[in-house]
Design a protein around this ligand. Structure first.
Ligand code: URA
Length: 235
């Protein structure tokens, strides 16, 4: 990460006028029991997915990369698919893009364990090629169940593959055209931003990504009102 100048965190801190403060702990309510059951369901699902053979990627993977973080997180990040580092370690976003994601989280006053991080695919496509439609179709029900059990207050699609797959948009749709909008995905607010790997290639995406994260923080703080089945354009 030493090649990233200026340091992203400092950069983000300079961009925001004040330290972002996020209330992350859900308040205890009668729903607590349901939440606890969902934590167990998520863990049962994880055990099941570890043995998945629904697509050809099962033959080449080293590890299934189910997802990581707080099973009751308010924020769910969704990336594309594990790369070589993730395949080796069995955890999403642990390589260069992941280190940058950690710094983005820090700039939001968050740690990895306070959010949940998953991918469209749970297994690495050889050579890091894009997920093919069959693989994505086989894997998507796992993600849908993760969303059902986590019940996040916001879902953030990191990059084109996650955004277009989940919003069912044509392949030539630019990420830029989806930013600044709050979509509905399975009843949850759904926001699109650039993939951290795209930021590594193009530092010009840093400021728009930070703008997107500020929108997310306002949404979580209740400063932006959102209703299911609606789509809002804010930026
Ligand atoms: N890129 C992704 O989209 N997901 C990962 O887990 C790692 C890199």
């Amino acid at each position: 990460m030493s090649d990233l100048k200026p340091d992203l965190l400092t950069y983000f801190r300079q961009l925001s006028e004040e330290e972002p403060v996020l209330i992350l702990n859900r308040t205890l309510s009668p729903e607590t029991e349901v939440n606890n059951e969902n934590v167990i369901r998520l863990s049962v699902l994880e055990s099941k997915v570890q043995h998945c053979t629904l697509c050809e990627l099962a033959k080449t993977r080293l590890n299934v990369v189910f997802g990581t973080g707080d099973p009751q997180a308010r924020i769910l990040f969704i990336g594309e698919a594990p790369g070589a580092d993730e395949d080796r370690q069995g955890e999403p976003f642990v390589g260069r893009a992941g280190k940058l994601l950690n710094r983005i989280l820090k700039a939001m006053n968050l740690e990895r364990h306070q959010v949940y991080i998953a991918n469209i695919l749970k297994c690495r496509p050889p050579g890091n090629r894009d997920p093919n439609p069959d693989e994505a179709a086989a894997c998507l029900p796992y993600l849908t169940q993760q969303i059902e059990f986590i019940q996040p207050d916001v879902i953030i699609a990191l990059g084109k593959v996650a955004a277009l797959k989940l919003l069912d948009m044509p392949p030539n749709t630019p990420v830029k055209s989806l930013r600044g909008r709050i979509f509905d995905y399975l009843g949850h607010p759904f926001v699109v931003t650039y993939h951290p790997a795209a930021l590594l290639r193009n530092p010009g995406f840093k400021a728009p990504l930070w703008e997107d994260m500020q929108m997310v923080m306002k949404l979580l703080a209740g400063e932006i009102e959102w209703k299911p089945d609606s789509e809002q354009t804010l930026l």
